[in-house]
Design a binder for this molecule. Sequence first.
Ligand SMILES: Cc1cc2nc3c(=O)[nH]c(=O)nc-3n(C[C@H](O)[C@H](O)[C@H](O)COP(=O)(O)OP(=O)(O)OC[C@H]3O[C@@H](n4cnc5c(N)ncnc54)[C@H](O)[C@@H]3O)c2cc1C
Length: 474
Amino acid sequence: MEAKKCIVWFRADLRLHDNEALSEALSHCEFIIPIFVFDERVIKGTTKFGFAKTGAHRLKFLLESVKDLKANLQKRGADLVVRFGKPEEEIFKIARKEKTSWVFCNRERTDEEVKVQDALEKRLWSVGQEVRYSRGKMLFYTADLPFPVTHTPDVFTHFRKEVEKFIPIRKPLPTESADLPPLDISVELGSIPSFEQCGATEPKADSRSAFPFEGGETAALAHLKNYLWEKELAATYKKTRNELLGVDFSTKFSPWLAHGCISPKTIYWELKKFEAERIKNESTYWVYFELMWRDFFRLMGKKHQNDIFKFGGPKEVEQKGSEDLALFRIWAEGRTGIPFIDANMIELNQTGFMSNRGRQNVASFLVHDLGINWQMGAEYFESLLIDYDPCSNYGNWNYIAGVGSDPRENRKFNVLGQALRYDKEGTFVKHWIPQLEKLPEDKVHKPWQLSEAESISVGFTLGKDYPDSVLKMS
Ligand SMILES: Cc1cc2nc3c(=O)[nH]c(=O)nc-3n(C[C@H](O)[C@H](O)[C@H](O)COP(=O)(O)OP(=O)(O)OC[C@H]3O[C@@H](n4cnc5c(N)ncnc54)[C@H](O)[C@@H]3O)c2cc1C
């Protein structure tokens, strides 16, 4: 019998460890062609409101991750075929030329990604080949859940209570140590595109960033080791996760998780080992708790499908929301005159990262204080976040706008109250807005309250050194 050849299409699973598509391919085929396609529509396209679909920081992270995947495959005697174009066309061409039997890949669940996999599947059928789907994005397997996906509880707490005590998390697949067959192909390997080929300019690193790390599986696993075993940060996570400055306040797993450079099951089982061998407390549990939020939003995406992207959301809420582009730009560029909002937006623009606390506040401010359509904010995040994930992003925006599946109306944050609580001394806002450096602690979050004498004594002019607030805030 002829040896079977198949393709492993790497998508948002840029890793060798715990990779189900790779595992399935290895068990069915003697020859494997690993492929990554930079989808031109995602790399060069724009969102509905005209933002770049992939901002420069995320592009950098993606390029690093693909480079690392290729290097790791090469270390194992294999290699990565790289293409730039439409996956359904590029993969089909290779599948037909190489006469493969199947394309193995992770199944995606959101609209744009589903359209691509469906289009590929249809083409493959025309030459007697098939797509074989795998899983690997979540902690839990949907097959293990005590309810069908369509009955997933719409409230996080209900979901958590139904799964955490009763559903075991499966062990990671040991794919990183499997023997990989050498790449035997007649097509060109192709190369990883440059920033210019992607129509972008390489972003400058900002030394103030809370996420100074690289993309890729190697960096992700090193970070996990460092976070758990060297710094033991999981043991204090619950107390520190809301801090705003520095690399150690929260896990920073999200960019690697979003690109699939690390598997959530791998994090979970390493955390369990840490609990068994070092420390087990409320903080270590809380890392797991937060990872469940990620699964929850993924399941909401599966359950409510395209509704998570719609203005009225899964709840089909009648709502207002202006599309005032000038006001939106003031928010997006960090010029609202409210330091806590501006500092967070400047951090996002400069680095592609923002803390969860920051995201909640800027989102709430855009929707509930400025009255702007939440979809504009969600698309802006989609463009810029290095950890952009459709379900987590749109799920969280749904939640804050009050259009998500959660029965509570909306999540309006008292932005000034939050600023005073989480950045009492103003260290965070001064970090990103140096013009505020000399402002006294009690005015740094409310520069409009400076008296004339105070303004003169610190050499600060509102409206010149820093914008006056777009809204009257008390
Ligand atoms: C408006 C808004 C948009 C968001 N967009 C995204 C997004 O596109 N991609 C993304 O990964 N996260 C998103 N989040 C969730 C959260 O802000 C980030 O996951 C978190 O800040 C990443 O930092 P961390 O890894 O240090 O998180 P940690 O606090 O260390 O949490 C550990 C992990 O748990 C998961 N997690 C924690 N909170 C959430 C949450 N609310 N929703 C989903 N997963 C969570 C993440 O995978 C995270 O890496 C968004 C939140 C808001 C409010």
